[in-house]
Ligand binder design. Structure first.
Ligand code: G3I
Length: 334
């Protein structure tokens, strides 16, 4: 039972029957979430392409069904994501009006709608590129790995889209914890440096940010637990909360491990344990935003589509049975 300490999971959810195998039609998945987790994140349907598919037309029904299910079952919601360059509706990508007004309309309408229902938001997701620039990653502009359109937010508003977004989110929701969320910042490298510099700038300007979300899409052998712990500690040292938002562990990142063997299951158990232990060792109790895995069952993981290989990254197998991984995770909980 992982609910000992604020543990969450991203869940697939129905959306206009585009993808209808979400949690609301799966009592077995609901039971696992209620028993083992105390928070959920909508894997997709609270992103801008789903909530505002055409300008001024907000489509909340499906996400409301998910949020209301959570509230009815004593499960909190970490909302994801107000401003991201992926999964934007086409009208937004191609928008030619006032971008600050358009961003404010989206953030305000959505965050007001969920105020009092969600406990936290990923306000801005993945603003930095992976390429290095004197020890820092550059702001994402035209890089290919964002669907080829780069970040329209950065291109139209410059780096100030970030403080503006946090200020707008706080104005719309007075109490939700507001996070900046990114991946590949857990290796104590250039991208983390960019996030730390952003944090310093936001804190210096009294921008309402509460924490940093570490997505933690890691491999069984990368990055080291030491680098992960150091990365957590550097954020915690700024007084910000640290939340693991999307943890999963690729066991076959290179496609050279065709089957999930008992040895790999043991390796994954130890890997989950060392990551959760690094979190508790490096993040003071009052700065822990929690730990969420990106999916419950290996059958629902985004990773095989992403890598093109079989993989077994999560705590439950394709039949929703517990894997040794969950024991490793639980062993490190405090
Ligand atoms: O399945 C529908 C299909 O029925 C419909 O016709 C089609 C119309 O475009 O959309 C399909 O939706 C897919 C969606 O997942 C729901 O399954 C999209 O094609 C697919 O691109 C989308 O992938 C999601 C991905 O974000 C998009 O970048 C993954 O499920 C989701 O796990 C992943 O999550 C992201 C986080 O939000 C941010 N951090 C990284 C993480 C992994 O990429």
């Amino acid at each position: 039972d992982l609910t000992a300490s604020y543990v969450g999971a991203a869940v697939p959810a129905e959306y206009q029957n585009w993808f209808s195998n979400g949690i609301l039609s799966r009592p077995d998945l609901q039971n696992v979430v209620i028993q083992h987790f105390d928070q959920i994140t909508a894997e997709n349907i609270m992103k801008s392409s789903y909530l505002q598919p055409t300008q001024g037309n907000f489509s909340f029904e499906d996400a409301d069904n998910l949020v209301n299910w959570a509230l009815d079952n004593g499960v909190t919601v970490h909302a994801h994501a107000l401003v991201w360059h992926s999964q934007m509706p086409d009208w937004m990508i191609n928008f030619s009006g006032n971008w600050e007004d358009m961003m404010e309309a989206h953030i305000t309408t959505v965050a007001q709608h969920y105020a009092g229902k969600v406990v936290s938001w990923d306000v801005v997701n993945e603003a930095f590129n992976d390429n290095n620039d004197n020890g820092y990653a550059s702001y994402r502009d035209t890089d290919a790995n964002s669907g080829g359109h780069g970040s329209p937010w950065y291109r139209n508003l410059g780096k100030d889209f970030i403080p503006k977004a946090f200020t707008m989110a706080r104005a719309a929701d007075a109490s939700a914890e507001l996070y900046y969320n990114d991946y590949n910042i857990e290796d104590d490298g250039a991208k983390l440096n960019s996030v730390l510099r952003l944090a310093d700038e936001l804190l210096a300007d009294d921008v309402p940010i509460n924490g940093i979300g570490f997505q933690m899409h890691v491999n069984y052998d990368w990055p080291s637990a030491e680098a992960i712990g150091t990365s957590f500690a550097k954020v915690a040292a700024k007084g910000l909360k640290v939340k693991i938002t999307e943890l999963d562990i690729k066991m076959n990142p290179n496609g050279d491990r065709d089957n999930f063997t008992a040895a790999m299951a043991q390796q994954q158990k130890e890997r989950y344990q060392e990551i959760v232990a690094a979190y508790f060792a490096n993040v003071p109790a009052n700065q822990r935003g929690g730990i969420s895995v990106w999916g419950v069952s290996d059958a629902d993981s985004w990773i095989p589509n992403f890598t093109g290989h079989n993989d077994w990254p999560l705590l439950f197998d394709e039949q929703l049975q517990q894997k040794p991984a969950i024991e490793g995770f639980a062993n490190a909980l405090q």
